[in-house]
Write a protein that binds this ligand. Structure first.
Ligand code: CDP
Length: 311
């Protein structure tokens, strides 16, 4: 969401048709593979330790600890009294192992998917970038949320950096119930202040949301994990961070709304998001490369990608 442009006709990713054909060939069949699930949990635990490292906590980031920004070279934040007091205790960190998790990407394939009921049945539901959950989308994306990410750039653009009224922001957070809100406060230096302001806006209004600051060390190690597997964007997409967390925490993972292509399975044009067609800055993420990795995991039974409509 850092840099967007609006020129839909110019947006063409290569090999859309090949991918559509491959997905259609595979069909709806999916077989869970416990060995694959165990293997990925172990790989991710060894590299990145999701349960312990995914958020900044009082345990993994004590006073005086230097947090190196993962999105920028040479910038760091040394944990001080002010920031330490905002970190959750260890026990409040991400949920312990969950049975069945849904990771909901924001892809346009969710539109008219009728997957809302399916998604809402998961034990732990993760969503990206404060997505809209208003009435018109409920049937397709569901209503429940346990963790939602918020990029500081959204706070800047959509809520005037919370420098003026905070009411619109606080009101619009109500759709996420009492979920965790996960913010990369220590990824890029300009993102720290808006993230702290978001914390205070929620705390001052006794919001039901719990703020978790993304641990930059976790984001960096997960980035390396996928780089070694052929994902070469400048930065992983938010959705892949959440899938990585889910693979480390959940017994079974289903991913919805991951389809970074301009043509759908019915060979009709599909918008980039289920709620708009604002496209990502071309070289920032490598979503098609990420998709290929997720698709391998789907085919091996390690996670399930839901790409067609739900019954
Ligand atoms: O902030 P970012 O650009 O990463 O994400 P977004 O556009 O808000 O979408 C959330 C996530 O859904 C992305 O990070 C991708 O992982 C996934 N996505 C996708 O796979 N295909 C799309 N057409 C749009 C999003």
């Amino acid at each position: 969401v850092l840099c967007w442009f609006y020129i839909f006709p110019v947006y063409r990713l290569p090999r859309d048709k090949d991918i559509v054909e491959e997905v259609l060939r595979q069909g709806e069949a999916w077989q869970k593979n416990q060995t694959g699930i165990d293997l990925y949990r172990k790989l991710l635990t060894d590299c990145c330790n999701p349960p312990r490292m995914f958020a900044v906590t009082k345990e993994n980031s004590p006073l005086g600890k230097v947090l190196w920004y993962d999105g920028e070279l040479y910038h760091s934040h040394t944990v001080n009294n002010e920031t330490y007091s905002l970190f959750v205790a260890k026990r409040e960190n991400a949920p312990s192992i969950c049975a069945y998790c849904a990771v909901v990407g924001n892809g346009g394939i969710l539109r008219r998917s009728k997957c809302g009921r399916d998604i809402d049945q998961a034990n732990f539901i993760m969503r990206c970038n404060l997505p809209p959950l208003s009435k018109e989308y409920v049937e397709d994306v569901g209503t429940r949320t346990h963790l939602v990410t918020a990029n500081p750039s959204i706070i800047e653009k959509r809520f005037q950096n919370l420098l003026w009224s905070r009411k619109a922001f606080v009101d619009s957070m109500k759709v996420y119930g009492s979920s965790y809100i996960y913010m990369p406060a220590f990824s890029m230096k300009p993102g720290t202040d808006p993230s702290l302001r978001t914390y205070y806006a929620l705390a001052d209004t006794s919001s039901n949301l719990t703020m978790l600051f993304a641990n930059p060390e976790f984001l960096a190690t997960v980035g390396k994990f996928w780089k070694a597997r052929g994902v070469h964007g400048k930065r992983l997409s938010t959705g892949l961070f959440l899938v990585s967390l889910a693979l480390g925490l959940c017994e079974e993972v289903t991913a919805y709304g991951f389809w970074p292509f301009s043509v759908g399975l019915d060979e009709q044009p599909v918008s980039h998001h289920y709620y708009d067609n604002v496209l990502p800055y071309k070289w920032f993420h490598a979503m098609p490369e990420e998709f290929v990795q997720l698709w391998h995991l789907h085919k091996s039974g390690t996670l399930r990608m839901k790409l067609g409509p739900c019954p």
